[in-house]
Design a protein around this ligand. Sequence first.
Ligand SMILES: [Zn+2]
Ligand SMILES: [Zn+2]
Length: 718
Amino acid sequence: MPEIPPASRPQPRASGLADPALVDVVLPRHLYRVFTYLVPAHLQSLVRIGSRVQVPFGHATLEGMVVKLRSRSDPVLNSKGRSAGSHPIRLREIGAIADDTDNATPQELMTLSRLIAEYYLTPWGQCIRLILPGRPAGKPPARYQLTEAGRDLLGKTEGLNRLSPTCEALLVRLHRRPKGLSIGTLRHGASPSLTTDLSLLKRHKLVLEAAEAIQPSHQRLAVPSGISHHEMGSGVALPFIDQPEDRHPVSTMATAWWNNVLTAIETRRPARFLLQAPQPQRMSAVFEAADLILKQQRRVILITPEISCAEAFATGARTRWGDRVELFHGGLLPALRHERWHRLQSGTIDVVVGTRSAIFAPISSVGLICIDEEENSSLKEETEPRYHARDVAWMRAQLNAAVVLLGSAHPSLETMHVFDPDGCGMPSEPDITDSAVATVSQEDSREIHIVNLRETPYGTVLSDPMIAGMRTALEARAGVILFLNRKGFAPALVCRECGNTPQCPQCSVALTFYKQGGRLACHYCATSRSVPDTCPTCHAPRLQPGGVGTEAVEEWTHRLFPQARIGRMDSATSSNSKQASSVRRQFLAGELDVLIGTQMLCQGEPALCAEFVGLIQADAGLHLPDFRAGEHTYHTLMDAIAMARPARSGGRVVLQTLLPTHYVIQAVVNQDPTLFYKQEFAFRRALAYPPLTHLISLRVSGTGLDRTRQAAAYWVER
Ligand SMILES: [Zn+2]
Ligand SMILES: [Zn+2]
């Protein structure tokens, strides 16, 4: 995790420049450099560092952020980043300040965005998107696009002759931008007749006005529009609130660990702690620590990987702190996000709960950041800037002298590497003390029965011990959960004649067979096609399912237990968190006897619980071409068995596998984490993989082959 040198910590605002004549602005584009603009006289007393300003950029108007105030005499860099020297360049003026001065973006967040740009080798311009409030409420700006008829007309001289020159220029301009241009952008360099020209072109159906596309949500479980997250959250309670007997006072958990947390909070020292415990205990500890921070007049950020968990978390927090709590996550509609951003920024909110983007919540005096389920891969952003909320939390904690609590029942290798270096023979990091890890003794171990699928008849989906376990639980009406991390009916169709499988032409992976929908679909690019009657390679009519997915498990369960009420939860049946939550509630209320699903079962609220849990093929994810495949499988299986009641309460687990001796399977079956961590660290060290090294993916792209090749070779040599 990144350590921040003291020089990067925020400096008090330079007071020498009361009325700056020039400002440096970062723009939300893929740009590494800043741009210098003139400040018109009437804005000079208003502009400050962190102000969001409208600036002309090429033909467009962009909202950027002021990062530096300058006097007239400062040297200005030209477009090549060199000093303009004796050849002054013509500067353009900022158009307007988008916010009043009290609403400027906190300087701490600007510093954070620059640290992220440096750490992840990303243009600063991309990183300021993370800390901007988003679009305000109201109608989104319209975009204008060329219609089919408009494109046709551009090719015909006789048609164009009937248009005015300004209309023709407008069509040519729109033709260059297939995605269209906003009215704000069109106004730059346009003729005074722009509005009349546009309405004329619209009337002739040459140009159409489209509502601006809503920014895609990066949240994996998108929430349907129009649903307030506040409403969805109500009624979902954390398990430990329902069951007071499950409360675990922190003081009895791990005294040395808790004392270290207290000391860090009292002395206001940046520090990280790992809280390795089941979820209810983690929540108790986090809430107790948060209480102490709030008493110091400091603020708290609580982050979980899933929106539904954040909502449940927020509900729990509101019972304690009422209106001082606010939800803030990437699934909010832009207008709502904008409104919440300003509420947080105004200083009335003391506890922010959200998913990974909440790490950029615009609040000051942060004293505690909690990252729950820190091993979850949803905490990593998949698009540029590819930040990890756990690492950004530590950057932000160092800027604020705050405490970071990393919560997990089975921590990531990255975190174990920091907190338990003995496992990989590395020296401790300086801020980590011996008792930074709280491990709660696991009285609630599970009873696990392992079935070697190689000793069962070929093609067995449900083995005899599995069927027996299901029958017992069904007769007792105690709930059956069947887990298989493969959606569809089968992961592939296989030709019995030539052995080939239909593949995705773009991704070169086998297409998943969906029997109920009668389709083949690609997991990566979502390409889908109908099921062919014959093999695409040899044309023999002998395509058959190879392997099993959740649909097949459902079919087998129905065949064996025709009376049972069966539900399925995977991305084909529950495409958003609301649908998934409603299936969870149905199962917990006893309206379903059997619930079959992928890892979606383990993610989200309310958490599932059953007397019997069956793992159909525990090794399903182990062969994926990813150096983290073993770790992902371990985390998923640990979450899956945690859905069974503890053995002392009558819970049972049957685990089917083709690889009963694999270290991941052995660690899960024996419930011995060291079996997993020791072996996995040994592999990572032998192959020089993270967390023992850093791994970056560097793509070189360009329009000229030779030049691109040279650039790639240059990077290889460096
Ligand atoms: Zn074939
Ligand atoms: Zn594909």
